[in-house]
Design a protein around this ligand. Sequence first.
Ligand code: DGT
Ligand code: CA
Ligand code: CA
Ligand code: ZN
Length: 588
Amino acid sequence: MSGVRRLGNAEIAAQLERVAELLEIDGANAFRVRAYRNAAETAASHPESLAAMVEQEADLTLLRGIGKDIASGIRAAVREGTLPQLAELSERLPLGLLDVVQVPGVGPKRARVLWQEREVVDLDTLERVAREGRVADLSGFGQKTQEKVLRGIESVRARQGRLRLGDTEQLVRPLLELVGQSPGVVRAAVAGSLRRGRETVGDVDLLASADDPEPVSTALREADSVISVLGSGDTKTSVVLRGGLQVDLRVVGDGSFGAALAHFTGSKAHNVAMRQRAIERGLTLSEYGLMREEDGRETVVASKQEAEIYEALGLAWIPPELREDRGEIAAAERGELPELIELERIRGDLHWHTSWSDGSDDVAAMVAACAELGYEYCAITDHSQALRMTGGLDAAKLERQWAELDAFEATRSEAGHEGPVLLRGLEVDILRDGGLDLDEAWLERLDLVIVSVHSHFDLPQAQQTARIVRALKHPQVNVLAHPTGRLLGRRDGYDVDLDAVFEVAAGQAVAIECNASPARLDAGDVDLMRAARAGCTAVINTDAHSVAGLNDMRFGVLTARRGWLTAGAILNAWPLERVRAFLEGRGY
Ligand code: DGT
Ligand code: CA
Ligand code: CA
Ligand code: ZN
């Protein structure tokens, strides 16, 4: 594989999804379309690298939803970079139609008509044709559709790309409050990917129960942050917020709130598996409830509370973060769902920066904030010297920092020392060759050595992997920070064989970081599952560069929950003595 960038599962999934969409526009048979969608979902959620499986000549058809043709397509994609099915379709169909089908009111059938009758090939041509009034006169379209299309184009442009979890929170909180306090509303909740804690969110799904949907729908349409209304009917209202985020509100009767919440929380794959389970028990499951049909009469088995639906299907209630059809239903059936990590179980934050490097607050302020969060311990981990722009520390500067830390501790103990124990660490750069950016004596003196990659992102996979592995094999190294280097929505991770990295980390007692910064969430959910499976300990750190950044811990906890992690698997959920034992390489 030398030289060729190894295709990630997410990329394979995206290509499969694109094939499905193009087939749909092409008017292909619905079963064929669904086959590619199912395969895309499998690829996206499979914890092992498909490319690695191909290299090991594993049989891909053993995976759910992957048949012979798709398997051979994936093998070719791993060799050549592109699915042959996608290459073939994109020769016949303009790829811009993939954006056109996203426009509310268009969809694959209409996209095909627009392409064939009006030569629409992307959003720009669609906009021109619609402005010229040449959409309305197409059969089956009309004036109203044309107006809807024009509004829709704007919203597709605005929300192209997904919003990061951390960016949605402050937008959604006031809306949920507004909805919850609207006249007649009994219950209100967030559903969709946001409730599942996904690292990015396509749109926000809100749910409310009320007898009369009108007042709450009106309240949403008239909210300050709303810039356009995509549609508003009896049960569903869709709006776009300033900044482009779409919000869908569904209003249901309170009697079916539980069923609607389960349905609109998803994921789609989880819902499909749940519906199948209902059918196997002679029941049907929908957004209205779990129903039994007898003698032509339908009776409600469960619908008011979400937990009742799971119970009636012989399952423990499944936390939303696990609802991705990654084995949670089987685990719930056996009563073996993991006891997921909770924010309250986090005892310390072991990665943050101060004004000694590129942080904006000083040591005292950061430790005081950690005390405020109730932490038992924490670690100062500024950058090492290779990161010049950050004012990274060399041995001499570290010496000065430690003198300040000594003085800080002296003041603290005079004042009765009530805060968290402060460990002394450094985030040491992994150099191009895998060497560490600090001398041996200092590596030994530090309580905690974090290593990370901040340069040479473009090395070929074998070299990048060897570089990181070499760093991890240094006996003083304790944590690998942000192991893929991705920046959500901005930069893919570097090309690295994570399974090889995890294997070495497990053997060397190096913890794998779940970087809680909403810009990173790295390692992500599936990678954390892989790390845990390889025997690694995880650690959830904020990598805060200010006091405010310390509050990001919750995003890391959500990601770790999506990775099925329990407190026992997470270093900073352990008591200090056990953490020290881990850091010193003793039994832990
Ligand atoms: P997102 O918005 O891309 O981050 O992901 P979700 O999971 O929030 O997906 P979304 O907003 O399309 O739909 C919310 C949930 O509604 C989804 O997880 C499953 C459920 N759902 C039920 N029926 C349908 C359907 O026909 N289409 C879609 N898209 N979702 C459905
Ligand atoms: Ca959504
Ligand atoms: Ca939605
Ligand atoms: Zn850092």
